[in-house]
Design a protein around this ligand. Structure first.
Ligand SMILES: C[S@@+](CC[C@H](N)C(=O)[O-])C[C@H]1O[C@@H](n2cnc3c(N)ncnc32)[C@H](O)[C@@H]1O
Length: 527
């Protein structure tokens, strides 16, 4: 029997997770923040739908949610693990979704398959965990199958944030190899146990790297499925952003934007000194890399474009003003604190509460918020920043427009019904268009109506949204729940989760002066 795994873990399935950064609505917001053209996300309906491919889709939950909430789009998702694909196909069939197709293809097979050209190719939790040969196949796929103007969402582990924990991953692998006869979960438990004993024995590594103990503690709490896919693959590559940018340049891709909304607000990521230093770096890829050093980044979520077009400042402002946002937590549980690389940030009640009040009624665009009485005086930039911070902290999200929401509703209702029946582990991912339904840190795109006893669907609110929470499961590469890595939640302890872009005021269509004003209503409490 041939080994089809290329050294990738197949013995344990990956954890079920949903990654909101892959949602077209959030991708669009993040692109607009860097004045990058996002029109690929609309496809050219009715003649050509949005065509979206996912490589290494795992259980396919994110792809399925995108299919349900974008019934006019065509989704093609592949994963070579048959257990993942069987489950994904079952879910899509139960929800009667006709616009998604799952393939049990390796990247090589997917490249050779008869597929259309794509507007978006997304891969989450994949690029760092595969061989150079497979990375090259992914680049070949992007070169051959992404349309001009098309977008690539890609996440990967980065240095310097991962550096202190690298040796621990090596030990996990080597100790696991020594117990190869045992099942994967037992190998992981054995390795964790041994490393724990090393810590108790005051191994110098733990003394020199205090973060290692925190990571070890976090690892013990993770599902073995997650740990297997983060730590036990044959391949595990830590990158610098500049190297990934160079690799992808070979597929004609250019870095366009961070896929993490919080990264577009410098003040919560960088000190003034850091911003000034960063401003002196002219090469964009080096600047991003330096920024990773500033925030000690461990995990990046990037959007690259094939043929990057920039909007004018006016086009940017117009498009952002028309972007609708929905509250994704109940108004009563709005948190006025959020963790960012600079520390814990206190959000000023006199700004955030009126914004949340307005969104609690129904999703609204910035233009609509500006027309509402208490918000008029605040101004566009303040409101935009508040929405970015709320989105970044999982309390708001960009929403679909009314028409798209109406079209999506029956499909999302069916998927919700299936997720409800599937049990708590999937129910938390259910979709809903109503604002204010609590998902907590876990949860999926579109809030769980059951939690608030409210109806599902976008009617009333008119706003369907892919409001992915920060993360349901440690999205593969650990990240979201562990203080360490980051395939998910915003890092607080070890590293900022987002990588940061220096917000070039000109590029953002904003003057320096206005940016300063924009930031003036956040008060920072460094942790
Ligand atoms: C860590 S998981 C991420 C899954 C999903 N993207 C997510 O974030 O939940 C990586 C996935 O890539 C798949 N994979 C790894 N190598 C592959 C290959 N050569 N061809 C196709 N799929 C592959 C694995 O089976 C696994 O499901």
């Amino acid at each position: 029997m041939s080994d089809w795994t290329s050294g990738y873990v197949a013995e344990l399935e990956y954890a079920q997770g949903v990654y909101r950064e892959m949602a077209p609505s959030l991708m669009r917001l993040n692109l607009l923040m860097q004045r990058a053209d996002a029109s690929a996300l609309s496809g050219q309906p009715p003649s050509t739908p949005l065509r979206y491919a996912e490589l290494g889709c795992g259980h396919g939950l994110t792809a399925t949610m995108i299919a349900a909430s974008h019934p006019g789009a065509e989704i093609h998702a592949t994963d070579f693990n048959p257990a993942h694909v069987a489950g994904a196909r079952k879910l899509a069939a139960q929800a009667n979704l006709k616009n998604i197709q799952f393939y049990e293809h390796s990247f090589a097979e997917f490249l050779a398959a008869d597929l259309p050209m794509f507007d978006v190719v997304a891969l989450h939790g994949v690029y760092s965990w595969i061989s150079e040969e497979n990375r090259a196949l992914i680049r070949d796929f992007l070169y051959a199958k992404l349309k001009p103007g098309g977008l690539c969402y890609i996440s990967y582990n980065v240095l310097p944030g991962w550096a202190p924990a690298m040796p621990m991953r090596k030990l996990m692998i080597e100790l696991g190899e020594g117990n190869k006869a045992q099942p994967m979960a037992a190998r992981i438990n054995g390795a964790l146990d041994f490393i724990g004993q090393m810590q108790k024995a005051n191994a110098g590594y733990f003394k020199a790297n205090p973060q290692a103990a925190t990571r070890l503690e976090g690892m013990a709490k993770h599902s073995r499925n997650y740990l297997a896919h983060e730590y036990m693959n044959r391949d595990w590559n830590l990158f610098y952003h500049c190297d990934v940018a160079r690799e992808l340049a070979g597929a004609k891709l250019t870095f366009a934007a961070s896929a993490h909304a919080g990264d577009h607000v410098d003040i919560v990521n960088l000190t003034v000194d850091q911003q000034q230093l960063l401003a002196s770096v002219t090469d964009p890829a080096v600047r991003e890399t330096v920024r990773d050093f500033m925030v000690n980044q461990q995990f990046r979520r990037d959007i690259f474009a094939k043929g990057l077009l920039r909007l004018s400042g006016q086009e940017q402002v117009q498009a952002l003003a028309n972007t609708r946002f929905a509250l994704t937590v109940p108004r009563s549980s709005l948190a006025l604190k959020a963790g960012f690389p600079v520390g814990e940030v206190n959000l000023q009640a006199d700004v955030y509460e009126p914004v949340a009040d307005a969104l609690a009624e129904k999703p609204k665009s910035i233009a609509e918020l500006l027309a509402a009485e208490p918000l008029k005086a605040m101004g566009y930039q303040k409101i935009l920043q508040a929405l970015l911070i709320l989105t970044s902290s999982g309390q708001a999200a960009p929403a679909l427009d009314d028409k798209a929401a109406r079209e999506a509703k029956p499909h999302c209702d069916r998927l919700n019904a299936v997720l409800d029946r599937a049990g708590a582990h999937l129910r938390r991912h259910r979709l809903s268009g109503q604002p204010g339904h609590r998902l907590g840190r876990a949860g999926g795109p579109l809030q769980p109506a059951h939690a608030a006893g409210a109806q599902t669907g976008p009617e009333g609110s008119g706003g369907f949204r892919l409001a992915y929470p920060h993360r349901a499961e440690p999205a593969h590469p650990e990240g979201w729940q562990d203080a360490g890595n980051a395939r998910g939640k915003p890092g607080r302890t070890e590293g900022p989760r987002g990588r940061l872009h220096r917000q070039d005021p000109a590029a953002a269509g904003l003057s320096r002066h206005r940016l300063r004003k924009l930031f003036s209503f956040i008060s920072l409490r460094r942790s």
